[in-house]
Design a protein around this ligand. Structure first.
Ligand code: PLP
Length: 303
């Protein structure tokens, strides 16, 4: 990251210059909203594609509404800034784009009102977040944050304490990732990805009211599944259903589409990558790299 260019408080600058004070509200109280966007490098075409950027910025603006953060840019302007940033960085590899809108005043006051906001974006070269051939997961003893406490629908910096606690325990117990249950005891999502399972040929995912982030990869996977003739259902998922499911997968910008091959010491399905997961992973990556002409509208090329 040391030599990259960031966009911060209205200007492009070296990332080392894009700093904040120790007294910043967001650093003290977790009052920031962020996004994670992937840019895929297609080496054959020597072309970088940003995946579903407008949808990510639309979600950022929704998160900001919940947190009463004002960004002085429209979705179109945020996309323009990001394309310019990617041009200036000129990575010839996959990258991760991190926009961040936050409460920027240097003030000791726990509130959302009357505090100045700031916005920035930085980018890093980025490979796989989790192995694409399968991961081992445990259900977490930490409960997913509830909508009436810290809404999971908003991608808020402070709420990732919930994630960090759960992921750290999963790692300490020897697992790759965790699966959150919500306050009703239903399956909510992975640590930083939405969850799907396959039962009797149907791709099932929890509804957006089960305390999860309204994932953009989740939407993409549901669309790709329907196009492939796979029935999709949104309904509550019991924890024990994961133990008898034919396939379980996680879907998110970071993880992409990853099979879960073991949960709580129980093999999922036959233990390897299931057929529907394999097809969805292939379809997703083909779209993201610009190899599938049907979903060019999901990509913005960095010319
Ligand atoms: C908690 C959580 N759930 C789900 C997702 C997946 O969302 P998306 O597919 O929009 O990246 C993420 C990743 O951003 C996340 O952090």
């Amino acid at each position: 990251m040391s030599s990259s260019i960031a966009f911060f408080r209205g200007e492009f600058m070296a990332v080392e210059q894009a700093n904040i004070s120790i007294a910043t509200h967001a650093l003290n109280y977790g009052t920031g909203c962020f996004e994670g966007i992937r840019a895929y490098y297609n080496a054959t075409r020597r072309q970088q594609y940003i995946f579903r950027m407008a949808e990510h910025y639309e979600r950022l603006l929704r998160s900001c509404r919940i947190l009463r953060i004002e960004i002085p840019y429209s979705v179109a302007e945020l996309c323009q800034i990001t394309v310019e940033l990617m041009k200036r960085n000129a990575f010839q590899q996959d990258a991760y784009i991190r926009p961040l809108a936050f409460k920027a005043d240097l003030v000791i006051k726990v509130t959302l009102e009357g505090i100045e906001d700031a916005f920035g974006v930085f980018v890093v070269p980025f490979g796989e977040y989790l192995p694409l051939d399968g991961i081992r997961a445990m259900t977490s003893a930490w409960q997913r944050i509830d909508d009436n406490a810290v809404p999971a629908r908003a991608k808020v910096t402070g709420s990732y304490i919930n994630t960090a606690l759960a992921v750290s325990d999963a790692h300490a117990a020897g697992f790759d990732d965790c699966i959150f249950l919500n306050s009703d005891g239903h399956v909510s999502e992975g640590s930083a990805a939405n969850l799907f399972m396959v039962r009797q040929g149907v791709l099932v995912t929890p509804p957006i009211t089960d305390n999860l982030l309204e994932g953009i990869t989740r939407q993409s996977v549901m669309q790709l599944a329907k196009e492939a003739g796979v029935e999709v259902a949104e309904r509550h998922i019991d924890r024990s259903e994961l133990y008898v499911a034919d396939e379980v997968l996680l879907a998110g910008t970071g993880v992409q589409v990853v099979p879960v091959v073991e949960i709580d010491g129980r093999r999922v399905g036959r233990g390897g990558q299931g057929e529907i997961t394999r097809r969805l992973q292939q379809a997703y990556l083909a779209c993201a790299r610009g190899e599938d002409v049907r979903h060019q509208d999901w990509l913005i090329a960095v010319e």
